[in-house]
Design a binder for this molecule. Structure first.
Ligand SMILES: NC(=O)c1ccc[n+]([C@@H]2O[C@H](COP(=O)([O-])OP(=O)(O)OC[C@H]3O[C@@H](n4cnc5c(N)ncnc54)[C@H](O)[C@@H]3O)[C@@H](O)[C@H]2O)c1
Length: 262
């Protein structure tokens, strides 16, 4: 349980769901973990859980859309734990709309959280990662970059842009000679609050995905947490600018959209 010993990680959206599972997995492997979220009560509870299990963790309130808050969080992290090694840009939202239902204001809102949030995070964290001499940036995208569903107008666009932001960042930092890696994770459906949201849960595609996923079930958050640990740790030292699909094989299934479905 020492794969992350001596490393410091910030996990956005770390209060629950996939971010919460990532925080748990990183702490269990010895990392000092900063749980950064807009959900204060759930974030504090998560930190209490991690410390009760023998981990080292703190909660900080962060709205990923706020550049000043990002500067504060990185500064607090470095002063609490002596540096920063890992940034997990996991916070994200979805608003299911087709192109006919979509509005520009809602689109901008999703982009603010899912794309500009991670952008601000990378910019805030980079100087600390460079000062540390190495680091890993993990951006949580989605398998919706490949698997096209009509109601993911905002979401799929934001996640595809995030995947490419990951790659331009990765190639830039590598060619500057920094030992910093950047990779994106592309989950398929996992059992979290995001999927339980009634607006999301009633999407017919979610039901069909459950039936067609080759491994026969949705993902468990702790399985996602293990991939985060791998990409955060030195075990993945030659992996950068890569996309990791964790979806039980779902993206590889030929999946025709039905005419007239919403
Ligand atoms: N669950 C899935 O099936 C699934 C599939 C593909 C991708 N993802 C992605 O995985 C990530 C985590 O999703 P989840 O299922 O755990 O969702 P979730 O809704 O359970 O958790 C998201 C977390 O992000 C936080 N958050 C939202 N907006 C924020 C903001 N502006 N600033 C800071 N924190 C904010 C929330 O408070 C919450 O704790 C997201 O980026 C999501 O798009 C999830």
């Amino acid at each position: 349980m020492d794969r992350m010993r001596g490393k410091v990680a910030i996990v956005t959206g770390g209060a629950r769901g996939l971010g919460g599972a990532s925080a748990s997995a990183l702490a269990a492997e010895g990392a000092c973990v900063v749980v950064a979220d807009v959900l204060t009560d759930q974030g504090e509870t998560k930190v209490a859980e991690l410390t009760a299990d023998g981990g080292t963790a703190r909660f900080t309130h962060l709205d990923v859309r706020d550049a000043d808050a990002w500067a504060r969080v990185v500064e607090e992290t470095v002063s609490a734990y002596g540096g920063l090694d890992v940034l997990v840009n996991n916070a994200g939202i979805t608003l299911p709309r087709t192109i006919e239902q979509a509005t520009l204001d809602e689109f901008k809102h999703v982009m603010d959280v899912n794309l500009y949030g991670p952008f601000l995070g990378i910019q805030a964290a980079l100087p600390a990662l460079i000062a540390r001499g190495s680091g890993s940036i993990i951006n949580v995208s989605s398998n919706s970059t490949e698997m096209i569903v009509p109601t993911t107008t905002y979401y799929a666009a934001s996640k595809a842009a995030l995947a490419n932001l990951t790659k331009t960042t990765a190639v830039h930092v590598a060619t500057q000679g920094y030992e910093i890696r950047a990779n994106s994770i592309h989950p398929g459906p996992h059992a979290t609050d995001m999927l339980a949201d009634p607006e999301v849960a009633r999407m017919p595609h979610i039901q069909r995905m459950r039936e067609t996923v080759p491994l026969g079930r949705f993902g468990r958050p702790e399985e996602f947490g293990q991939l985060v640990v791998f990409l955060a740790s030195d075990e993945s030292s030659y992996i950068t600018a890569a996309e990791f699909f964790i979806d039980g094989g779902l993206t590889r299934v030929s999946y025709a959209n039905e005419r007239g479905s919403r």
